[in-house]
Design a protein around this ligand. Sequence first.
Ligand code: UDP
Length: 312
Amino acid sequence: MSRIVVTGGAGFLGSHVCEALLARGEEVVAIDNLITGALTNIEPLIGQPGFVFVPNDVTRFIDVAGPVDAIMHFASPASPRDYLTLPIQTLKVGSLGTHHCLGLARVKQAKFFLASTSEVYGDPQVHPQPESYWGHVNPVGPRGVYDEAKRFAEALTMAYHHSHGIDVRIVRIFNTYGPRMRPHDGRVVSNLLIQALTGQPLTIYGSGAQTRSFTFVDDEIRGILGLFDSGYVGPMNIGSDVEYSLNELAGLVLEVTNSSSEIVHEELPIDDPTRRRPDLALARAVLGFEPLVSLREGLTRTAAYFAEQIGV
Ligand code: UDP
């Protein structure tokens, strides 16, 4: 049994990571400053043996009493709406927060796991995106605060690995959705599902021809833990490689919610990536990873969660 610190432990992905670790018998110390996380996400975990929640901000110095075997760094705003509202906090958690977590890993001689993102590829000019692609990012555009923070976090992680011999893993996460997303976090899956469930028009930004490869949270967490347990440093893409246009996504949302909402088109945000799909060859070869939950099935499960959350 290991004792694992999960930063962003009350967030969407962080809370699922905590739950999965507890389920396999690990001890978990979840840290979160709750700016985009929520205590409701970890309510079922509070009181479970082996689970501790520590309200804290990893952009300031962090210390965790006692032995620590691993630090999994999931703290960060991750929805474009959030990181546009919180640009400085986003840069700080990816830079200072990652530095503090790596410092803790060094002191505790612990493994360090970085939650990175497909956003390191920016608006990609190579498709699908293998890990060897360096990306196409606008550092001074509105998304730069997230993209560059995660790119810096990857660079710092590798520097600690090479200079201090820290055992590290880097995962690049692709558009993940599912229960515990905030209904109003501004991302496309939550927006469209809430709109469909409440009979409002579905907002598609731009023509809707842009693509994403949507990953159900259970698949993402399985891949993350597979990488964590493996001897492979990364970076490694984990996601689904079934690519959908947003127009196709909207059609599926209407089907699974049985909604007759109309579709309206709004302005395309600046630097919105045109297409995104992971090359999963590495994850398949190293982990035998395969995404299993179809978009239809995942949307159905997420719609049920949102319907309960908003009481429709
Ligand atoms: N989008 C949309 N309608 C919405 C929210 C987002 O059409 O209500 C688009 C957005 O412009 C982007 C895609 O959906 O092309 C995915 O956006 P999201 O914010 O979920 O994440 P991203 O992949 O851009 O980080």
